[in-house]
Design a binder for this molecule. Structure first.
Ligand SMILES: *Cc1c(COP(=O)(O)O)cnc(C)c1O
Length: 451
């Protein structure tokens, strides 16, 4: 598979080059030259395939011969060695729980896949690679865990001081070894800007082998397709009518940088039979605005309860356009977008908990709220749990983080403490180690050169 830069000013590269560089030399995001088609027979038989077999089938064409088959099989196996349960919340609404990985966040999948691919590519290199990453919350923990102890790779994580949850902060500041945390006095957009500037800085790039682990990296982006297929496998098994037909299916993805949703759209372009997607946003609504008026106007990020989605200029938006050849109409036919306020998010958490005894985290709650709004708008009285006709649409929302990570939001909404998983309990006692820094790029540069 070849990858081209969306800025069209640099040469095509293979999977290895694309994942080592992260971004093309013309600063464009990499995009696959072709989108592999999965035949209907694959979906007919999907119930008989293991999740490893599905994942391998999906990712192999994208990796091409950059990694030998046996090695790729190992990498995929390690990437997805936990559960991806689809949980029925009400009659027609399901939660795809993506928080059963080591850092309790969906980003584990992308981070584990990417770290192992880079580990393979750098095995024989003499110079250490430096992975530089900005996080608004969950990326840092997932990347830190994914790369922890991987030889030949140092990881430097920038996060906005005071704007990530205490659990998230512990996850990225307590590992040590090859993982280093920089606590930035600024917003996530500041962190992202500093990282982007570092990649453009000639002097830095001469001194260090810099690479990115943000969702722009194809090795993080592409494996996120897996769980859309896993969801569909589970859903189709339980929801076929006697005649074998399936109801229409709507999938709602809580979105920040839009890597996750773009992976779902890529899966769709490969043949995944989903009828509609929802781009669920919090108050950071540049994409929702775009769907409303066709204009893309980046904004400064606003802090919200679903902080991993506090992004004012989502980096994968350009990939979303590319997937539809920038055809606004085609994109709007397949995707709808809603912006959900913090108040609504709190209300949804208590409502879903009291009605269905299911506890969403703030990100999942945004996705749930957007899904319900879409279903209400498009199916008259068929809201949550009220199926009026046989072919009422079904909805899957992606639960991208474990509610414990946002206990300060979730507990007041339900009035009950959340059980703390053992992995989190241990981490909360560990000492935070971070380096505090201003948001000027020069400070970061100096730190990187001094290392
Ligand atoms: C990162 C993240 C998101 C947003 O994902 P994108 O791919 O950036 O759109 C949503 N929820 C959680 C919990 C996250 O960590």
């Amino acid at each position: 598979m070849k990858y081209y830069s969306l800025n069209k000013q640099s040469p095509d590269v293979d999977f290895k080059e694309a994942s080592i560089r992260g971004q093309a030399s013309d600063k464009g995001l990499y995009f696959p030259r072709s989108i592999p088609a999965l035949p209907p027979s694959f979906f007919d038989a999907i119930g008989e395939y293991s999740k490893e077999a599905i994942a391998l089938r999906v990712i192999s064409p994208y990796v091409g011969d950059a990694i030998p088959a046996k090695e790729l099989e190992r990498i995929v196996g390690e990437t997805i060695n936990f559960e991806f349960p689809l949980v029925r919340v009400s009659d027609n609404i399901f939660s795809l729980e993506l928080f059963h990985g080591p850092t309790l966040a969906f980003k584990d999948v992308g981070a584990r896949f990417m770290s192992r691919c880079l580990g393979y590519f750098f095995k024989e290199k003499k110079n250490k690679a430096v992975v530089l990453v900005a996080t608004s919350g969950d990326t840092g923990g997932a990347v830190a865990d994914g790369f922890y102890g991987v030889e030949g790779i140092e990881v430097i994580i920038l996060y906005p001081s005071g704007k990530v949850s205490s659990v998230q902060e512990k996850q990225l500041t307590t590992l040590g070894k090859n993982i280093h945390a920089l606590e930035i006095d600024g917003s996530f957009d500041d962190c992202q800007r500093m990282v982007k500037q570092a990649f453009m800085d000639e002097e830095l790039n001469k001194a260090l082998f810099l690479t990115s682990a943000n969702s722009i990296n194809v090795a993080r982006w592409l494996p996120q397709q897996f769980y859309y297929f896993f969801a569909w496998k589970q859903w189709q098994k339980e929801n076929r009518t006697l005649s074998g037909a399936l109801p229409p299916l709507v999938v709602s993805t809580p979105s920040g940088n839009f890597g996750n949703l773009c992976a779902g759209l890529l899966a769709y372009r490969s043949g995944l039979p989903v009828d509609h997607f929802i781009a669920a946003c919090n108050a950071n609504d540049v994409v929702t605005q775009y769907f409303g008026n066709g204009k893309y106007q980046p904004q400064p990020a606003k802090p919200t309860l679903s902080n991993a989605m506090d992004v004012g200029d989502p980096s994968n938006f350009v990939r979303m356009l590319e997937l539809f050849d920038s055809e606004y109409g085609a994109l709007k036919d397949l995707v709808s977008s809603y912006s959900i306020s913090d108040n609504e998010t709190r209300e949804i958490i208590s409502e879903v908990y009291s009605k269905f005894n299911y506890l969403p985290d703030p990100h999942g709650a945004v996705a749930y709220a957007a899904l319900i709004r879409y279903l209400k708008e498009h199916a008259g009285a068929q809201g949550e749990g009220k199926i009026k006709t046989k072919d009422a649409p079904h909805g899957i929302f992606l639960e991208t983080a474990h509610p414990i990570k946002f206990y300060d939001v979730v507990e007041p909404a339900t009035g009950r403490p959340v059980d703390m998983p053992a992995a989190i309990r241990d981490i909360m006692h560990k000492e935070k180690v971070s380096l505090r820094m201003g948001s000027a790029f020069e400070e970061l540069k100096e730190y990187l050169l001094r290392r």
